[in-house]
Design a protein around this ligand. Structure first.
Ligand SMILES: [Zn+2]
Length: 130
């Protein structure tokens, strides 16, 4: 944790009109300050996720965002897991039914490790699963 000062500077006056007078998509100014105290602002689209760290244009060191964004607390959108994908296709109820069904088969020796198979001993009504 550095001695990052959160100042009201970037909330202040400066209104940056586009140099060419063209109205662009909404932009935002993101303030950064490097370890050596160099402060600068980066203009980016408001849709852009403000990076917590930016390279200082003066010394090349890592500059931290003065907006309070922490490099570690990077709010990444959680990756879609297999579980998420599964839930998009099946409801919990369905999954429970399937689980119950499979557990019954497993306990009945229908599926699972070969040495547990009891299906050889009795007639299996279900097709053998590989
Ligand atoms: Zn610097």
């Amino acid at each position: 944790m550095g001695e990052r000062t959160l100042r009201g500077a970037r909330l202040g006056g400066q209104s940056f009109e586009d140099e060419r007078g063209i109205e662009f998509a909404a932009r935002q100014q993101s303030g950064y300050k490097c370890q050596k105290g160099h402060e600068f602002e980066v203009t980016m689209s408001v849709e852009a996720e403000v990076p917590a760290v930016w390279e200082c244009p003066r010394c090349g060191a890592e500059a931290l965002s003065t907006s309070g964004a922490e490099p570690v607390a990077k709010a990444e959108k959680p990756a879609r897991t297999h579980w998420d994908m599964l839930l998009e296709r099946r409801s919990i109820k369905e999954l429970e039914d399937i689980l119950t069904e499979r557990l019954e088969l497993l306990r009945g020796g229908e599926i699972g490790p070969a040495h547990l198979h009891r299906s050889n001993a009795r007639k299996s009504k279900s097709k053998k699963t590989a």
